[in-house]
Design a protein around this ligand. Structure first.
Ligand code: UD1
Ligand code: CA
Length: 472
């Protein structure tokens, strides 16, 4: 059972709290991925309320969860965690658990850092006669959390007291609850029906099941988790940023131990979906997201930003290279400050220089586009040399054969002089030369020279006469 109906008021956002993105994934998806890995076939109920259509459609549309046995239970009014759990136990999902005598694991939707190891321990079957297992941890700064009240200092757990209901002595307790429990379903169902909302927040508290168990002298297992980092919840944007930092540190550590060089642990951000081979060197400020994959020995210079990009072995992306949905072949050199937009595919050993923008463009092996150019909807063959300041004029406002943008084909071994434009649709044949400063509007046959610029006229002495006139 995942509790995800809360408003998340402290996020100060209209987006439901559990949909706030962390490392490219909604908070709820982090939890679901852990659950999927630890218990792939278990039936999962997600309590939704605030923004429920949005939450449900986000989860339903994510193929990562399509094989899970998921159901959504609506809690139309958020009357507390106990009420949320009650909604689930009153639903068909809850009735089925009771009927089948299956125990129920409760998780909050806002704890994205929990690990597989923690779930495995929690999911161990309850002992015979055990009513519940509750997870606690010790925090240096417990403010805001429910406190674990024990008999004496280390005796059995008596109850959980919420921050707003706690007295000064209770507030000093550093052992806290984190909304993670494993319940015997009959105990859970019975207990939820007996909850009262006579407390500081007027809510039904799931935490009160602990005092019920203790008063009824039921067996209760308390699991004190040693790594509080893992149990960091998210209630406001500041905590979200802190958790993002912790998650990023974990990811960087994992890659470092795999033999990737990350020069700066503070400014490098890598999403969990990214794959990196050993021997890759990552300079400060790199941001790698989505389905990015970086092959062996590639170097990512400072402030390289990649989203869904395949980087070939030994490629060198220099400072400020930005790429999205692109493929960069082995041993390419790109940048500084190159922009590879969606649909860019570079072959092997291609050189893309500074201030070059490519979109929907394929470039063949060993070609070079070294300076200040824009190529869109283009195909460049192998060993072509594109001079400085080249532009494919791919859009003229017309629609031809249903295409708004027109294609430019530059075949193998073409030499494009500097400051040329080609007006698409157009083809420059294999081995052709285009003279500098040309505007090419017609196809250029293979192995020919195209010059499309006005002829130079030198007027001897003209400048001198002009100056003396002005001085006169
Ligand atoms: C809860 C616990 C507290 C614990 C803390 C940290 C209770 C009464 N308190 O407090 O002991 O230290 O979590 O994890 O349980 N939710 C619903 N419906 C509701 C209310 C909440 O689905 O009516 C969901 C929220 O979406 C969230 C989770 O339950 O995922 C926890 O709710 P939240 O408001 O964050 O509880 P806390 O006040 O933090
Ligand atoms: Ca919380």
């Amino acid at each position: 059972m995942i509790l995800a109906a809360g408003h998340g008021k402290r996020m100060k956002s209209s987006l439901p709290k559990v949909l706030h993105p962390l490392a490219g994934l909604p908070l709820l998806a982090h939890i679901l991925l852990r659950v999927r890995d630890a218990a792939p076939h278990s039936p999962v109920a997600i309590v939704v309320g605030h923004g429920r259509e949005q939450v449900e459609s986000e989860v339903r549309s994510d193929s990562r969860f399509s094989k899970m046995d998921l159901c959504f239970v609506v809690q139309s009014e958020q009357r507390g965690t106990g009420h949320a759990a009650r909604c689930v136990m009153d639903s068909d999902w809850g009735k089925k658990r009771l009927l089948l005598k299956q125990s129920v694991l409760v998780l909050p939707g806002d704890l994205p850092l929990i690990t597989r190891g923690l779930l495995d321990q929690l999911l161990m079957p309850l002992h015979r006669g055990e009513s519940m297992r509750v997870l606690t941890t010790i925090l240096d700064h417990p403010t805001g959390y429910g406190r674990i009240v024990r008999r004496g200092k280390v005796g059995p757990v008596l109850r959980i007291v919420e921050e707003k209901d706690a007295n000064t002595r209770e507030k000093a307790i550093r052992e806290v609850a984190v909304s993670i429990y494993h319940f015997d379903s009959a105990f859970l169902n019975f207990g939820l029906q007996r909850l009262s909302n006579k407390n500081a927040q007027g809510e039904f508290y799931l935490t009160d099941l602990v005092s019920q168990a203790s008063r009824a002298k039921k067996k209760m297992d308390v699991l004190v988790w040693g790594d509080p980092q893992e149990l960091r919840g998210i209630n406001d944007p500041y905590e979200l940023a802190q958790v993002a930092r912790i998650l990023n540190d974990r990811i960087l550590k994992q890659w470092l131990l795999e033999g990737v060089t990350v020069m700066d642990l503070v400014t490098t951000w890598i999403e969990p979906t990214v794959r990196i081979s050993s021997g890759v060197v990552i300079h400060p400020g790199a941001i790698l997201t989505g389905n990015t994959e970086v092959a062996e020995g590639a170097i990512l210079g400072p402030s390289v930003v990649l989203k869904d990009v395949e980087v070939g072995a030994g490629a060198y992306l220099k400072v400020g290279t930005v790429a999205e949905n692109a493929k960069i072949g082995a041993h390419c050199q790109v940048g500084p400050y190159a922009h590879l937009r969606p649909g860019t595919v570079l072959g092997i050993d291609v050189k893309i220089g500074n201030f070059v923008e490519l979109k929907e463009t394929r470039v063949g092996n060993k070609s070079s586009i070294a300076h200040l150019s824009y190529l869109g909807d283009a195909e460049v063959g192998s060993r072509a040399n594109i001079g400085c300041g080249f532009v494919t004029c791919n859009f003229d406002g017309r629609v031809i054969d249903g295409r708004r943008k027109h294609r430019t084909i530059i075949e193998d071994d073409v030499f494009m002089g500097s400051d040329c434009q080609t007006v698409a649709p157009v083809r420059v044949g294999k081995g052709a030369y285009v003279a500098s400063g040309s505007t090419i509007t017609d196809d250029v046959p293979a192995d020919s020279l195209a010059i499309a610029r006005s002829k130079q006229v030198n007027k001897i002495g003209y400048a001198l006469r002009l100056r003396s006139q002005q001085e006169g």
